[in-house]
Design a protein around this ligand. Structure first.
Ligand SMILES: NC(=O)N[C@@H](CC(=O)O)C(=O)O
Length: 425
């Protein structure tokens, strides 16, 4: 195993110090360390954060290896400062059996660039009709604790109740894609002034809010854990605020794109801006940012959704929804929150690690903790070039935009996965 001596790094914005990574852990912390056998990383001006943890990543393997593989998605994650990602279940075949979640888990271990924690489907084939084999996935080598039909809503309230009850036995979580399907039939973008002007069928905010309201009541009724995926509206924030005030066991995520981009982007008719739930309004962004600051929204999750060229570079109505996110998330967080390093660490590493039960992740660098961390250069401003992405897909909505911050290095259990801003393998 390699050891690394990281010199003059600011841990979460504090005064510069040195970190020695050895045998997979942070061995020592303090100024002026020496370790002749260690590779020296000059970290002047860099900030160390606990390795980022993404609760919502689409890796596309098995089934759409032309869009992403576990390995390419893992590399994109490492390049974005991540040391762990939760892989969504909407693969082909769907990750609704112990066999498929074990396959994804094994591919993640083989790639060895981030810890890949599979999420299992709630229902067989994401069809919303019968519960998948939740217990077998939980007992498998992948030790699944989060279940989601993401891409589809578990719309049937009885099935949702059963799922919440079932996972309670092993303190599991149902992560809901909140979208009342009857209210979004044929929807192409946020329902509002812009959709009216463009003549595109709208996806109303209430389709999300109605499901969240129902689900927090169900979670309260059965005393189980609910996680709400990609919250996108001001009204959803209010529902969550009330539920949390009552003590409901609910957590929630917001994506980088819902913190930055609005439905006005649809005026370009460029499908790179088509996503589910859709980009909303400036009012929603204001509410989402406030909720992220005050904790009503617990975490930033990327919803990294790679798509092959033919699924994105076509007419808006035929394009698949979804956008890349892993390599730009930290930059968007920095843009939106400023250098509030403790808040960024909480929302992008500690809280997601806690929610997912990933006990090796989400620890601030300190003696003895697993050496899962990332080094950020906050002073750099970079122009986003899709061609440079480590993802197999190119559908970033930030092409040609200038964003703050760059990941310089990432370490997984003390081994570099990214050094000098480049993937190590
Ligand atoms: N978020 C997206 O726009 N797309 C997701 C699934 C989904 O939530 O529709 C995908 O898998 O591509």
């Amino acid at each position: 195993m390699n050891s690394y001596l990281i010199r003059n790094v600011s841990v979460l914005g504090a005064a510069p110090t040195d970190l020695l990574l050895r045998d997979g852990v942070v061995a020592e912390v303090g100024p002026g360390l020496s370790a002749p056998e260690a590779t020296v990383v000059d970290a002047d001006g860099l900030v160390a954060l606990p390795g980022l943890v993404d609760l919502h990543t689409h890796l596309r393997e098995p089934g759409r290896e032309d869009a992403e593989t576990v390995e390419t998605g893992s590399r994109a994650a490492a390049m974005g400062g991540y040391t762990a990602v939760c892989a969504m279940a909407n693969t082909s075949p769907v990750a609704d059996t112990a066999g498929v979640v074990e396959q994804v888990w094994r591919l993640g271990r083989e790639a060895g660039l981030v810890d890949v924690q599979p999420i299992g489907a709630v229902t067989v084939g994401l069809a919303g009709e019968r519960l998948a084999e939740l217990g077998a996935m939980a007992d498998s080598a992948a030790r699944v604790r989060i279940f989601s039909d993401d891409g589809h809503c578990v719309a049937d309230p009885r099935l949702m109740r059963r799922a919440l009850e079932y996972v309670k036995a092993f303190d599991g979580i149902i992560a809901q894609h909140a979208e009342e399907p009857r209210l979004t039939e044929g929807a192409q973008m946020h329902e509002g002034e812009v959709s009216t002007r463009l003549g595109l069928t709208g996806w109303p905010a209430v389709a999300e809010e109605a499901i969240i309201a129902r689900d927090v009541l169900l979670a309260e009724h059965v005393g189980s854990r609910l996680h709400v995926c990609h919250v996108s509206t001001a009204g959803s924030v209010e529902v969550l605020r009330q539920a949390k005030a009552r003590g409901v066991r609910v957590t929630a995520e917001v994506t980088p794109h819902h913190l930055l981009l609005t439905d006005v982007r649809a005026e370009t008719y460029d499908p790179v801006f088509k996503v589910n739930p859709p980009l909303r309004t400036a009012t929603d962004i204001t509410a989402l940012r406030a909720a992220l600051a005050d904790g009503v929204i617990d975490i930033i999750a990327t919803d990294h959704a790679p798509h092959a060229v033919e699924d994105k570079e076509c007419e808006w109505a035929y394009a698949r929804p979804g956008m890349l996110g892993l390599e730009t998330a930290l930059s968007i967080a920095l843009d939106v929150l400023g250098p509030q390093w403790d808040l960024i660490a909480e929302r992008m590493s500690r809280a997601p690690a806690r929610i997912a039960g990933l006990t090796e992740h989400g620890h601030d660098p300190a003696p003895g903790v697993p050496a899962n961390l990332t080094l950020v250069d906050p002073a750099v401003r970079r122009v986003i070039d899709p061609a440079e992405s480590a993802s197999r897909s190119r559908n970033t909505p930030y092409a040609r935009m200038t964003l703050p911050g760059r990941i310089v290095a990432t370490f997984l259990r003390g081994e570099a996965t990214v050094l000098d801003g480049k993937a190590v393998r």
